[in-house]
Write a protein of this length. Structure first.
Length: 334
């Protein structure tokens, strides 16, 4: 691979990657990332967030920490959503720029390209997955539809087909780390800042050796969660529906009055009344379902329960930034 800078940069780069049961491939991934960063930068760090692995992943990482520099791993006591683990890594990374990578599927080749793009003052860089752009499977069609819908209802400038391969400057990270819903909003959270971004296309790989299975139920649940947490649009839509229903009730009341004024022996209306009751109850239950979603989020956020707990933490035997600290001692002569 051609390295872009003839001399090593002073930029501190962090690469954040959640991992889970990665014993079969994590060594190759860490060597690839470390090789690229060590050639280009004086100081860097690889931040791994182990999402409660149950295989030999941590043992392998700890062995590599004796060989490779600047690897840090944070082991979570219990499993959390994969996308939430990225936020855990962002909270613990200290780089001037931070790159998030899905260690199982994102290639390492775009690393230098992304950092070169950041030198122009861009605060956020999104990798766009070619499979999400070009494939016409139902899953990818739903994904593209969701991003378009999300952009429409939130008015946020969010590119379609974004992935977990991203670069954030420290300014971008500071803009969203105080968001109380950050663990659920990683896919879209950078858009809230309004900072300038750029994109590039890339092809996903598969380091796991197993078939990647897409869960429609998980994708739908994630999409609903993002919409509910990002926008008041669902509530506003139901407010409009409720007002329309109230207006229809007023019109219907005038209709009943007129019927009673101009018609005798009124025994009709059972069908109309039944339809009207069904419609009203449908609207009420829809409103209750959306309100329940928001109330449940408030309930969870007010429990004061930590979203994650780091059970174990380890670092490479060599951290470049510590070696570069010069300490001078002198003795005062009397």
């Amino acid at each position: 691979m051609k390295i872009s800078n003839p001399q090593k940069s002073d930029l501190l780069v962090s690469v954040v990657s959640p991992i889970h049961n990665a014993g079969g491939w994590i060594a190759d991934y860490l060597r690839d990332v470390s090789n690229i960063l060590s050639q280009e930068f004086k100081d860097y760090e690889i931040v791994l967030v182990d999402n409660a692995s149950q295989d030999e992943t941590i043992t392998i990482v700890e062995q590599l920490q004796a060989e490779l520099k600047n690897i840090q791993v944070y082991c979570l006591a219990r499993s959390i959503p994969h996308e939430s683990a990225f936020i855990v890594g962002l909270e613990n990374a200290i780089g001037d720029v931070v790159i998030t990578m899905d260690a199982a599927y994102d290639p390492v080749d775009p690393l230098i390209k992304m950092i070169d793009l950041s030198y122009s003052g861009i605060n956020v860089i999104y990798g766009l997955r070619n499979d999400r752009i070009n494939r016409s499977s139902p899953y990818h069609f739903m994904s593209r539809f969701f991003f378009r819908f999300y952009r429409y209802i939130t008015k946020e400038d969010l590119p379609i087909a974004i992935s977990t391969l991203r670069l954030y400057t420290r300014r971008a990270i500071n803009s969203f780390l105080d968001n109380s819903d950050r663990y659920s909003l990683f896919p879209v959270i950078a858009a809230f800042s309004g900072l300038a971004y750029t994109t590039f296309n890339y092809q996903r790989i598969n380091r796991t050796g197993s078939l990647y299975r897409q869960s429609y139920s998980d994708a739908i649940a994630r999409a609903l969660r993002l919409v509910f947490l990002s926008s008041h649009y669902p509530l506003r839509l139901l407010s409009v529906i409720a007002l329309l229903a109230a207006s229809l009730n007023i019109i219907y009341s005038f209709y009943v009055i007129l019927i009673n004024i101009f018609k005798d022996n009124v025994a009709e209306g059972w069908t109309t009344l039944s339809l009207q009751n069904s419609l009203m109850f449908f609207i009420l239950f829809m409103i209750l379902s959306v309100l329940s979603e928001y109330i449940s989020r408030l309930f969870l956020s007010n429990q004061n329960r930590p979203f994650y707990l780091i059970d174990k933490e380890s670092r490479s035997l060599v951290l470049t930034r510590k070696n570069d600290i010069n300490v001078t001692s002198s003795k005062l002569k009397s």
